[in-house]
Structure formats: C-alpha cells, structure tokens
Design a protein around this ligand. Structure first.
Ligand SMILES: [Zn+2]
Length: 652
C-alpha cells in the first residue's frame, strides 16, 4: 500500500497519501528562494510557459467522473474488511485496489490543486479542491481497519505468502515495513479512536495559521527613503535585503518581530498544544519520546538527529567567520542579525529564462546525456509554469502526478536566485521522472529524506560550473556568497531549529511548563551558540520560535534539510573526485538512488548510494565546505578591494 514517511502514523492509510500530497507541495518550495516581484520580460507566446492541465484530465466533467470512480473504489475497499486472512490472493487484491485508489488520488487531487495555485482567487476551483480534501478525510476512517487486520497475520506466514506469490513482489517492502512498526499499531478499536482525533489534532496549526496570517496586523514603517511599508513577512524580507541604511533594517525588524512578541503568550499556548499533541501521539503508540515517534516512520536512528545537532553546534566557527567578514565588508560599527540578509555586492547580471534553462541543462552533463536530454525535454514542455501572474501563489515547487509526470511551478524573475531555484526544482522533477519510470505505484513515492538530496545536488552542479567558468571576480564573489548563504540557511539555520524543537519537546515530555519565557530562553541559548561574538544581541530576536511556521505545521521536519544537504555534499564529492572509474561508479549509484523512488528505508537507500548519516563524516564535510567557501570569499573580497587583507584571527 502507500508508504508515506511524512505521516507519523505507522502503517497504511489512504489519508496518509492525502497528507503526503499536501506536504509535498509545502516542502518542495525552496525555503530560501522566495520569489521577489521584479520586472519580467513577457514571453512572446505566454501559453508555452504555462501549465497544460489536460495531461491530467480533459475537463471538469472528466475530473468529476474520476472522483466518482475513486469513491466507488473506496467502497469496494471497505468491503474487503475481514478477508485478509484468506491468503495471498486476498492480500494482493487489497493492495492492488489501494494502488488504483492511490493513482486516482493523485489525479483528482492535483487537477484542482494545481489550478488553484495558478489562480487563488477563483472560488469555484477552491470549492472543488475542498471536495477532494473532504473525500480524503472520509477515506481516513474508511481504511483504518486495514493495518490492524494485516498485522493479525503472523509475520513469518506473510513472508512465506510473499515468497510464493510473484505478484506480491512490489509490495514486499511496504508490507514488511508495516510489520517493522507493528509494536506501535493499536488494535482496530484503538486505531479507530485515533483516526477520530485526526481533524482535532490539526487544530493547533490551524489556530496558528489564523493568528499569524489572517489576524496578524503588522504596523507601517516609514523608511529614510520616505517610503512607507506595512512590515509583512514579504516587506520585512525585502527591506533587510535592500535597505542600505541600517536604521531602516532595524525599524523593519522591530516592527515585524514586535508584532509576534505582542501576542507571544498566545503563540506559546498554541505551541504548547502542539507539544502536548505530539507527546500524546507518541505515548498512545508506545514510543519513549516524541523524537523516537517522529523518526520511526523513516526508521532513522535517534543518533542521526542528536549527532547532527551536536556536530553542528561544535562546528559553527566558519559561520561566525562569515558574520565577522560581513561586518567588515559592510563597514558597520555594530552588526545585528537584521544585517545578515543585505547583499555584500550589488548584482548587476540578469538571467532571462531561456538562458537560465540552458545553464541548468548544461550543468547536469556530468550525470550523463540521457539525464540531460530528459531534463531538457521536460523544461521545454508545458509541465512548467514559469512566470508570476495575477492570483498565482508565490515560491516554487514540483508536484508529481503518477502516470502523468512532474509539474513544476516557478515565479521566475531573472535573478541569480531564480536560476538556482530552477536548478533545485529540476532536481526534484528528474527524481520524480526517474522514480515513476522505474518503480511500480507502490514504491514510486520517495520520502522527503531523499527528495532534497536530488535538488541540492543539482544546485551544486550549477554552482561549481558557474564558478569554474566565470572570469569575472564580482560574479565569482556573488556565487560564493550564494553558496555560503545556502549552507547558512539550509544547514546551519535548520539544525539550530532542530535543536530548538528537541529541547522544547523534551521539556513537555518532562512535564515542565511551556511558557513564552521558556521558549524565548531556549532560542537565546541557541542563538548565542551560533552567532559570532561580533554580533550585537537583540532580545526581540529570541521570539523567533513564534514566527517559524514549520514548528507549528510539521514538527521535527527541518533537520531533514540538513541531512539531505550533508548527503548531497558527500555524493557530490564522490562523483567529482577520485579516478574516472570511481567517479563513474559514484554517478551510477546516485542515479540508482533517484530511480529507486521509495523502494526501501531512506537511510538504507542513502547507504547504498554511499552515504552513512549515522557517522559524523558527512556532517563534518559540510562544515569543511563552509570553511573553504568563506576562505575563498575572503580572497575575492580582497581582490575586489572590499577589505584590505584576509583576517587570520579565529573567531569564537
Ligand atoms: Zn526542494
């Protein structure tokens, strides 16, 4: 059936698919590459740069027929209750029917879902999208019987059935993975009770969303330029990235963070309900901790998480060196965290989409001409929605439709960031393509744990190619800065968040009070461990915990950005160093990883590709990479006359 790692619930449920579909959309947005609104060259033939939905359904009538068919199959599925013990044929029937429902789920969910993202103003599309969501919620309860009933069959007997039934081969991994989590599956009554709480348990994040988006009221700030801005998240980010006057960045920061701080007790109460919910889930399924419960869906050993947090805390030196260098280049008397986003050099280069597409396609040549050709064909197809348009959602993502292929959403705006976002999403699209081409439905969905490996590897190929080819010191400087900020944002920041989540959850598990002050103190301690001594502290920053949606929407998720980044760094090193034969072997292992979809536990998949995350080496490699990049940036800064000389005094 459907192996979905994003779900904390062990075993199988169709609604897990629904959640996974939603999560896929959320998470495939590049966390750091939020589109800016800038001028665009309108394409001569706009339709060629817009999605064609007819690859999914020809019309809304066809979609409605698909919905009816899906509901009919769910009823058939419910009728199988009580039959599983009859033998392998009954098991096979249930799994095959589940696959059919799963395929229909992709089609019926994506057809309105993608259209909604292109025009969020269209109420009729939103209404249809809600219809699918309601149907998925219904499936949750209708399918809760399956896993407990399956697990009544002894594991040895099940293995024997699989061994003697060739048609069950595609389901071997999903079935055995269900047995792996058997100790945490309740009886049918227990599972049904838990399924009733599903809607209720989503409430804390819904309250958070209402408070932090619909009800939030950011104040207006008048900058020294005379411009008055309401300090929403977008305006705040833009101000930090563009305001050359430090006083403007400070005013933006105080207005934006101050808004969260003003209702911090409410945020703390909401966050406490998240922690209590996670602890309830963990205990009801007999896990010793929320972390153990969360990591078990991917069978990730606890040591991977705790090593990551410890190794990165011990390896913050290059990050601190970078902040110190920034302070010097920006010639600031006091350096604050709100100075972290200001570019060190103004970018003058524009990259029109056609050029960016060629750059990205060229950069993947090391992965072979077959990979390259497939990517070029995809980027030239109408499965890519390129430009910003009225009502279109922001950001970028790839959403797979099994049987059809990946769809890529961009908000391309000619910046270097946008080029890297294209490389990132291209990695996801090719992962989806290769997985769909080589895996049956049952194992075609890859976990987040390997997903961001594919995307960050493609970003790395692009970066190194551009760095190698550029003879312009300013461009090299910008590329190095981009690479450094990528590690700062994707690796260091996410691990500091993971550190926070673990500490907060542990306090709840120990029955300690969770108040705004407690959460603020955790954030302050982490911040001190990560920041250079050159950074002037701002107490308001310690309210960070109130403004990171991931903490409320998907606890214990962000560490995966860091482990993916580390895996990708290790794989990139293997593919580009050593003898030609060694590199070729590493590339083949990497492509095998992409083709393997979700056919095994993610840690096992990565191990086959040559990465062992339970060892500190992969983490150390990123810290070393950061150190090298900062050193190279220092050299370029001297070349450009931004600083007088490279500073060799350590910063700790
Ligand atoms: Zn991604």
């Amino acid at each position: 059936m459907l192996k979905i790692s994003a779900s904390a619930t062990p075993g199988l449920s169709l609604s897990a698919l629904a959640r996974a579909l939603v999560i896929t959309v959320l998470l495939f947005q590049s966390a750091l590459s939020l589109a800016k609104s800038e001028s665009l060259d309108p394409p001569a033939n706009p339709a060629a740069y817009q999605w064609d939905f007819s690859m999914i359904y020809a019309s809304w009538e066809a979609w409605e027929a698909g919905m009816a068919e899906m509901k009919g199959k769910v009823s058939e599925y419910v009728a199988l209750k009580g039959t599983l013990e009859q033998g392998p044929a009954a098991i096979l029937k249930a799994y095959q029917l589940s696959d059919e429902i799963g395929r229909l789920s992709y089609l019926t969910y994506r057809y309105p879902g993608l259209q909604r993202d292109i025009d969020q103003r269209d109420q009729s599309i939103s209404g249809r999208f809600q219809q699918v969501q309601a149907a998925f919620a219904q499936m949750d309860t209708s399918t809760a019987w399956f896993t407990p009933e399956l697990l009544l069959i002894p594991e040895q007997k099940m293995i024997q059935w699989i061994d003697t039934t060739p048609a069950l081969a595609p389901y071997r991994y999903p079935i055995l993975d269900t047995y792996r989590q058997k100790a945490h599956v309740l009886d049918e009554t227990g599972e049904r009770l838990l399924s009733y709480s599903g809607q209720f348990k989503r409430t804390p994040s819904a309250i958070y969303e209402a408070l932090s988006t619909a009800d939030i009221d950011f104040p207006e700030v008048t900058l020294t330029t005379g411009e008055t801005l309401r300090m929403t998240s977008g305006a705040y980010r833009r101000t930090l990235e563009t305001a050359r006057e430090q006083a403007d960045r400070q005013a933006a920061f105080e207005a934006h963070y101050g808004t969260y701080a003003a209702t911090k007790n409410t945020y703390a109460a909401i966050y406490n309900s998240i922690l209590q919910r996670d602890w309830y889930d963990a205990r009801s399924r007999d896990y010793p901790s929320t972390l153990a419960s969360s990591l078990d869906s991917d069978a990730v050993p606890l040591v991977v998480y705790t090593n990551l947090v410890q190794a990165v805390r011990a390896g913050t030196e290059p990050l601190k060196r970078y902040q110190t260098l920034r302070k010097k280049i920006l010639k600031l008397d006091e350096y604050h965290l709100y100075d972290d986003a200001l570019p060190l050099l103004d970018a003058a280069v524009d990259y029109p989409y056609a050029q960016a597409r060629e750059m990205v396609v060229d950069s993947v040549l090391p992965l072979g001409t077959a990979y390259q050709t497939q990517l070029r064909d995809f980027l030239n197809s109408r499965a890519v929605d390129v430009y910003e348009s009225a009502g279109k959602r922001s950001g970028a993502y790839v959403a797979g439709v099994y049987g059809v292929g990946p769809y890529m959403l961009l908000n391309y705006n000619d910046t270097l960031d946008a080029v890297f976002t294209l490389a990132h999403e291209s990695g996801h699209a090719m992962h989806t393509n290769l997985s769909y081409a080589n895996q049956p439905f049952a194992t075609a969905s890859y976990t987040i744990f390997v997903a961001e490996v594919a995307s960050t590897t493609n970003e790395r190929f692009l970066l190194e190619k551009l760095l190698n080819e550029s003879d312009n010191p300013a461009e090299r400087f910008l590329l190095l800065q981009k690479a450094i900020e990528n590690i700062a944002g994707t690796f260091y920041a996410q691990v500091s968040f993971a550190d926070y989540e673990l500490q907060a959850h542990q306090r709840a598990e120990q029955g300690e009070p969770i108040t705004a002050e407690v959460l603020t103190t955790i954030c302050r301690d982490i911040s001190r461990a990560y920041q250079s001594k050159e950074v002037t502290e701002d107490a308001l920053y310690d309210n960070l915990w109130a403004r990171i949606p991931h903490f409320y929407n998907s606890p214990y998720y962000v560490y995966k950005y860091a482990t993916c980044f580390a895996s990708s760094a290790a794989l990139y090193n293997a593919m580009t160093t050593g003898t030609e034969a060694e590199q070729a072997a590493a590339k083949e292992r990497y492509l095998t990883l992409l083709r393997s979809g979700g056919d095994d536990l993610p840690m096992a998949q990565l191990k086959k590709a040559g990465v062992d995350l339970s060892k500190p080496e992969a983490i150390q490699a990123v810290i070393q990479q950061m150190d090298d990049l900062v050193s190279r940036l220092e050299v370029e800064a001297v070349n450009l006359g931004l600083i007088a000389a490279v500073d060799v005094t350590p910063d700790s």
